[in-house]
Design a binder for this molecule. Structure first.
Ligand code: GUN
Length: 291
């Protein structure tokens, strides 16, 4: 059984990005620049954004973190986004989700200029992805494709089962796996909360992607012998014995599932790290496209 180690795969990608930035700056060019907007004090969002900013610094990207109060008016947020859209020194913009309830998430996503939408959530990028056109791919599915590439996982002709149909992970993942691209060309089944016979469908998956956000949901009796299992879950589960009072749990019961698989991603240390690698690659792409 192979552990698809996100630390190893993301380190390799970051190393190559770092070299590219060095070449740019050695030639007198400015580095790529990511602007991140964080609203409120959601603990998980704080951690993710801090990690994004830190990893930008590690590879020589410029980053700007804009923190806004939980009760910020939607109109002010839209103004900030518009300002970043027009700032020629900014290549990529991300607004960390989820947003406070009084803010219309779709309106915010659509306010970001598609050419700076390094999260790939804007309908223009989502539509291009569906049509097989060059687009910013949402960072988590992109990171998973990079992971499959790093570990040379063959996907052509395989049956991929994706649990979850979110715009951030499940839906774009199913499109990538079914596309005529490297590590695509799968037959894809998307499962969701109304799926009947979920266990039987999961058992058919040569590749099983769990992206439903329910800790330890996938058990050994749902997984085909020799499958490749990708665990996208990163739920904080309270645990008084843990240092921070919680542990990060995946959507897969790793200990019982892992022995049945050909390859599996751990949580933490799997897909989460690849997500940031995907975001950094998108930011470099935005930089090049804007030159
Ligand atoms: N919240 C959870 N995942 C993501 C992501 O990939 N991007 C942003 N902006 N927010 C998120």
């Amino acid at each position: 059984m192979i552990i698809l180690d996100g630390k190893i795969a993301s380190a390799a990608i970051k190393e190559s990005l770092k070299k590219e930035v060095e070449i740019l700056t050695n030639n007198g060019k400015r580095p790529p620049h990511l602007a991140a907007i964080l609203i409120g004090n959601n603990g998980a969002s704080e951690t993710y954004v801090a990690s994004k900013v830190k990893q930008c610094a590690e590879i020589g990207f410029q980053s700007t973190l804009i923190r806004l109060e939980e009760d910020i008016a939607e109109s002010i947020l839209l103004q900030k986004i518009n300002f970043l859209n027009n700032d020629v020194s900014v290549d990529g913009i991300l607004v960390q989700l989820p947003l406070p309830k009084h803010i219309n998430e779709q309106k915010v996503i659509e306010a970001i200029a598609p050419e700076k939408d390094v999260d790939g959530f804007h309908p223009v990028n989502a539509g291009k992805l569906v049509q097989g056109l060059p687009a910013f791919i949402p960072a988590t599915p992109y990171g998973i494709m990079l992971m499959l590439d790093h570990f040379n996982i063959e996907t052509k002709g395989k049956h991929a089962v994706v649990i979850g149909r979110s715009n951030i992970v499940g839906r774009p993942m199913s499109i990538l796996l079914s596309s005529n691209i490297k590590h695509g060309n799968c037959t894809v089944t998307i499962c969701h909360s109304h799926t009947q016979n979920l266990k039987e469908i999961c058992l058919q998956g040569d590749i099983l992607v769990a992206a439903l956000g329910r800790p330890q949901f996938v058990k050994a009796d749902m997984v085909k012998e020799g499958a490749v299992v990708i665990d996208v879950g990163i739920t904080r589960v309270e645990d008084a014995t843990a240092k921070k009072g919680f542990r990060i749990k995946g959507d897969v019961s790793f200990d019982e599932v892992a022995p049945k698989t050909f390859a599996i991603t751990p949580v933490p240390g799997g897909v989460g790290l690849m997500t940031i690698a995907g975001l950094l690659k998108n930011t470099l792409q935005a930089y090049h496209q804007r030159q």
